[in-house]
Design a protein around this ligand. Sequence first.
Ligand code: SAM
Length: 277
Amino acid sequence: MSVWFTEKQTKSFGITGKVRRTLESEQTDFQQLEMLETEEFGNMLLLDGMVMTSEKDEFVYHEMITHIPLFTHPSPKKVLVVGGGDGGTIREVLKHPDVESVMQVEIDGKVVEYSKKHLPTISSSYGDARAELLIGDGFEHIIKSEGVYDVILVDSTEPVGPAAGLFTKGFYAGIAKALKEDGIFVAQTDNPWFKSELIKHVMRDASEVFPITRLYTCNIPTYPSGMWTFTMGSKVYDPLDVSMENISELDTKYYTPELHHASFVLPRFVNRLLDKE
Ligand code: SAM
């Protein structure tokens, strides 16, 4: 008998895939963690029934949350990652030679532990001398920080459970304080098909704190609807002003200098969400 997992996006729609075997299934202190070996996408991490990452398509999310802001900032030396326990975001951050240190604050040590065991190509940078891992609440770390970071990447779960506070205006105000005076932040903000209200409110709240706010998208097959968004807030630098000649060659599979600009071109229904037309 074959076994399938389903991530339910609404009461009547979900995304499903065939499972070869369950590698881990554990209620951690924060969430239900599942590590599955899937037929189509390799090993896959789910938290509270939601797909977090898979070996086959992880590169899209991790490259796009990282390289757009790190190529927008002219000299990203100090980077903070909130969440991101699978390690894919710090792996991409460390491809930038300007980066002197990347601090990661992940609330759930079990995500890191099982990612190291079952997602070795994603968690491959944990031993890097420039990377530091703190197990704790990203919100609390942000509130304590002032003028420290060039770039902050919010690689969190959806706004339920431990991540609920990471989608509030107070958090964006804290991020602005934790950044230097020309800092940039990017947060993953789900999809415009089923989470349009979330995207609207994050953009509204972020634009009350940051002079430049922009939404960009990418395509991720294992995430609900396939269309994923990121929200950027920036104090000085506009990603659309970045000249393609200033984007140096990196080892990527999704991100390109052309996509740096193209990912900000939004379909009409998404623009309308943002009251852009
Ligand atoms: N790429 C995924 C997505 O968008 O579906 C998210 C990656 S997953 C590794 C996100 C991580 O954020 C989880 O490991 C979770 O434990 C962590 N997280 C949630 N709330 C947090 C908080 N308040 N502080 C730090 N980490 C948090």
